[in-house]
Design a protein around this ligand. Structure first.
Ligand code: SF4
Ligand code: SF4
Ligand code: FES
Length: 356
């Protein structure tokens, strides 16, 4: 069965393809269904139950993120029954998502999809519960923080770690009300196979996984500026989060928007301290007669380099020179480097580090 077919979505006819979920079709049709455990990069888990919809002929409501469409299916995404379900569900989540006496800040560095959706859907006010979940207080890794009080066990972080990173450093551990996000032997992340990609932070819908370095900075005060990571030539896009004129966090743009599809490596994500480091080179430096490096203008520095290269060529010939460029440069910059080597200095001794 590979032919496209028709289903009914809130009374209107929509085209659908075999293998698509109700959520796929709804997204294409502009019908909004709340989700928490859904991440388009991951296999559906149907874990959070926020996306339940009514399907004609099915006694129970079904998770739109995991339920595959069938020809002639009749789906309702908004009804009194669905409203009632969401109010209770968000009420239960919020009862187990305490921010007051747990000593947690009103808002940490991550967006909190749960609280936004709970407010939008009118969560029932239920008495707080005191879950026995625990984190890993002895985990001294400097980057990733886990707050069990904010976790709804949607398993996005563990599925990301497993399905996207293929690392499986974290997993659901313990049982019943004590179920939590753990590691083998409750080890700190630095003692596991964790690659510190930070993808678990970006995918977490509640702020339970956050970056330690920017913890406590209100999300609303962060300004995101899209940029290109300069650690290698892949060209991953990053959202530099700025607070008080300083980069305090790096996040990936959402999946599907950029070449890196919501992913980053440890360098792109966490190695941003150099931006404001006091020893960072910000102007060209030229060695003087005294043997020391001195600040110089670009014109002076380029002139000095050109004079040196020309002097070598005059004395030993062009093939005494070699030009090595970097995968951290753009394609255009690499092109110009080989042009400089071949056309300006007359040697084919040019190389780029990624070519080895
Ligand atoms: S940082 Fe990456 S590798 Fe480490 S636990 Fe999170 S998702 Fe897994
Ligand atoms: S830490 Fe976040 S992503 Fe992981 S299970 Fe808890 S709420 Fe979901
Ligand atoms: S988003 Fe569908 S069950 Fe969580």
């Amino acid at each position: 069965m590979s032919e496209r077919f028709t289903i009914k979505l809130d009374g209107r006819s929509c085209r659908a393809a075999p293998g698509e979920t109700v959520l796929d079709v709804a997204g294409r049709e502009g019908v909004s269904i709340p989700t928490l455990c859904h991440d388009p990069r991951l296999e559906p888990a149907g874990a959070c139950r926020t996306c339940l919809v009514e399907v004609a002929g099915e006694r129970r409501m079904q998770p739109a993120c995991a339920f595959r469409v069938r020809p002639g299916m009749d789906v309702t995404t908004a009804s009194e029954r669905i409203d009632r379900h969401r109010k209770v569900l968000y009420g239960l989540y919020m009862a187990d998502h305490r921010l007051d006496d747990a000593g947690l800040p009103e808002e940490n560095g991550s967006a909190n999809m749960l609280r936004e959706q709970a407010a939008r859907n009118g969560a029932l006010a239920l008495p707080p519960v005191n879950a026995s979940r625990t984190g890993r207080p002895a985990d001294t890794n400097p980057y990733i923080r886990f707050d069990p009080e904010l976790c709804i066990l949607c398993a996005r972080c563990t599925r990301y770690c497993d399905e996207v990173e293929a690392v499986s450093a974290i997993t659901l551990t313990e049982r019943g009300a004590s179920t939590t996000i753990g590691t083998i032997g409750n080890a700190g992340l630095l003692d596991t196979s964790c690659e510190l990609c930070g993808g678990c932070i970006d995918t977490c819908p509640t702020g339970a996984m956050t970056e330690k370095k920017s913890y406590g900075i209100p999300h609303a005060e962060l300004e995101a500026v899209r940029s290109t990571c300069n650690f290698c030539g892949v060209g991953c896009q990053v959202d530099l989060n700025i607070h008080a004129g300083r980069v305090v966090k790096v996040a990936s743009p959402p999946p599907g928007e950029t070449v890196n599809d919501g992913n980053l490596c440890v360098k792109g994500r966490f190695a941003y301290d150099f931006i404001h480091h006091e020893e960072r080179l910000q102007v060209p430096m030229v060695r003087g007669r005294d043997g020391e490096l001195h600040r110089a203008s670009w014109e002076v520095a380029i002139r000095r380099a050109a004079d040196g290269l020309l002097a070598v060529r005059a004395k030993h010939g062009a093939d005494a020179l070699g030009f090595v460029s970097s995968s951290r440069c753009t394609g255009e910059e690499n092109y110009l480097m080989q042009k400089l080597s071949r056309a300006a200095f007359g040697t084919n001794n040019c190389h780029q580090c990624a070519a080895t």
